[in-house]
Design a protein around this ligand. Structure first.
Ligand code: NAD
Length: 478
């Protein structure tokens, strides 16, 4: 059973060095291709992978316990959407861009070229074991790099499947997409071997990766944890809001960085909202085999125990807990939990809770919830629920979060055109969007003198008073 998966093999220093060297060779060949050639090869790669969708969802389900429908829609389906946007946008985003120049440089050409970084270390978590490694590696390769992937030690099978399936297409240079497995020390070796790191994981690990990369003056893209506040106003469409709270908190069994982590509800509608949420939670279907299920198990034992401790902490501090029972500890199966009368001093309201838990707190004004949300260290996803879209967008703008929704839980990841990432401790930089593709490149500014072929520019030596006067006039100096 997946709950008892064997520990990941720790790649040796020699294996990591060999994979990094192969990645570097592949990157050297790949950077000479045009964007058009890369788009063609990578679209072909996606077609071949998508044709093996059944295998992807089976391995993802085995490693994580998520329902097959979630593996299908959230991992494979969303990956397809990202491929569509990235491959159609890349030629425009990555093409050379002519630069503005002062008129007296009329005889020169100035433009910005985007140059790949080389080898990108892609370090990923276990909760989306196909989508995140594939999506970030795909963007890195599209931008002209090789991807050296270090998946979570808790989800290596999916990544190894990806490595094998990509190699089987023979569409990419050997070593362009490769995998090394192991825990944090293998991650550290990948940061050292790569020219850039794209890291997704917890705040604590992100801080360590940032420090290590900074010590070597290498860039690191950081996509870290969140604490999504969902703010429900008295005029919200309550059926939709309640359904969103349940889906937002319990999709992927609550193991989503953007998932709803706490709900603030204005007092007038609090009791009605709670009833609607309660009815929907009781209708959730939970199964281990992933079929006809809304919800599966949690991913691993220490996480399971932490979620239970967070619920117990809330109970001990006076919350009313409905559900949340341990159904089968060995299989990591727990019932979804509603935590009512939640308060900010409870762990479920302040710590990331990676389980199917919906803490609900009554507030008297939405602005109070905005202030409480902004007081926390994270800033990944947040949402506002109201029929007054103008007011909702105003409150959303005041939220310190990289991904905000008005009457939307957090489906931003599927929109490849939208930059995805967090403010404050939730991350640095953005994946997706133009910014996300450009992040895997660096600017090379090119200036070409065209004519006259064999004459010096007038501002070179020798200086003289007459020439200086003319040049000052050209520069607009008084
Ligand atoms: P984690 O931080 O424990 O591990 C993530 C990855 O980092 C793993 O591959 C791990 O081996 C590696 N790692 C850990 N320490 C390292 C170090 N010092 N140097 C290099 N690599 C190191 O996180 P996790 O438990 O796998 O994932 C859950 C976390 O990821 C949650 O906090 C969740 O919110 C976050 N997450 C964020 C996003 C996002 O896009 N912002 C998406 C999914 C998950």
């Amino acid at each position: 059973m997946s709950a008892r998966l064997p520990a990941a093999v720790e790649a040796s220093a020699a294996e990591i060095a060999a994979k990094a060297a192969a990645a570097r060779r592949a990157a050297a060949a790949w950077r000479r291709t045009t964007v058009g050639q890369r788009v063609k090869a990578l679209r072909g790669l996606w077609r071949a992978l998508a044709a093996r969708r059944e295998e992807i969802r089976a391995v993802v389900h085995e490693e994580t316990g998520k329902p097959l429908v979630e593996a299908d829609l959230m991992e494979v389906g969303v990956a397809g959407l990202l491929v569509d946007w990235m491959t159609s946008a890349a030629p425009r985003v990555l093409e050379d861009k002519a630069a503005w120049k002062p008129w007296f440089l009329f005889n020169k050409r100035a433009y910005e070229r985007r140059v790949p970084r080389g080898v990108v270390g892609v370090i990923t978590p276990w909760n989306m074991p196909f989508l995140i490694p594939f999506g970030d590696a795909f963007a890195a390769m599209l931008a002209g790099n090789a991807a050296l992937l270090k998946p979570s030690e808790r989800a290596t099978k999916t990544a190894l499947w990806l490595e094998g399936a990509a190699a089987a297409t023979a569409l990419l240079p050997e070593g362009l997409l490769s995998v090394v497995t192991g825990g944090p020390s293998v991650g550290e070796a990948v940061v050292d071997a790569a020219d850039m790191t794209a890291f997704t994981g917890s705040v604590a690990s992100g801080r360590a990766v940032a420090a290590r990369a900074a010590g070597q003056l290498k860039p690191a893209l950081l996509e870290l944890g969140g604490k999504h506040p969902m703010i429900v106003l008295a005029d919200a469409a309550l059926e939709r809001a309640a359904a969103a709270a349940v889906w937002g908190a319990c999709a992927n069994a609550g193991q989503l960085c953007v998932g709803v982590e706490r709900v603030f509800v204005e007092a007038e509608v609090h009791d009605r909202f709670v009833e609607l949420v309660r009815t929907r939670v009781s209708a959730l279907r939970q199964r281990l085999d992933g079929r006809d299920a809304d919800l599966g198990r949690l991913a691993f034992a220490p996480l399971f125990d932490r979620v239970q401790e967070q619920i117990e902490d809330a109970r001990a501090k006076g919350a009313r807990v409905i559900g949340g029972e341990i159904i089968d500890r060995a299989e990591l199966l727990m019932a979804p939990a509603l935590v009512l009368d939640a308060r900010m001093d409870m762990r479920v309201m302040s710590e990331e809770c990676f389980g199917p838990v919906i803490p609900i707190m009554k507030v008297f004004r939405a602005e109070e919830a905005v202030a409480l949300s902004n007081a926390g260290p994270e800033g990944l996803a947040a949402s506002v629920w109201t029929r007054d879209l103008g007011k909702g967008e105003g409150l959303a703008a005041a939220l310190e979060a990289g991904l905000v929704g008005v009457n939307e839980p957090a489906t931003h990841y599927a929109l490849g055109a939208l930059p995805f990432g967090g403010m404050k401790k939730s991350g640095l930089g953005r994946r997706h969007g133009e910014e996300g593709l450009l992040a895997f490149t660096q600017a090379q500014s090119v200036l070409v003198h065209e004519w006259p072929e064999d004459a010096p520019d007038p501002w070179w030596f020798p200086y003289g008073e007459g020439k200086a006067r003319l040049l000052r006039r050209l520069l607009g100096l008084p």
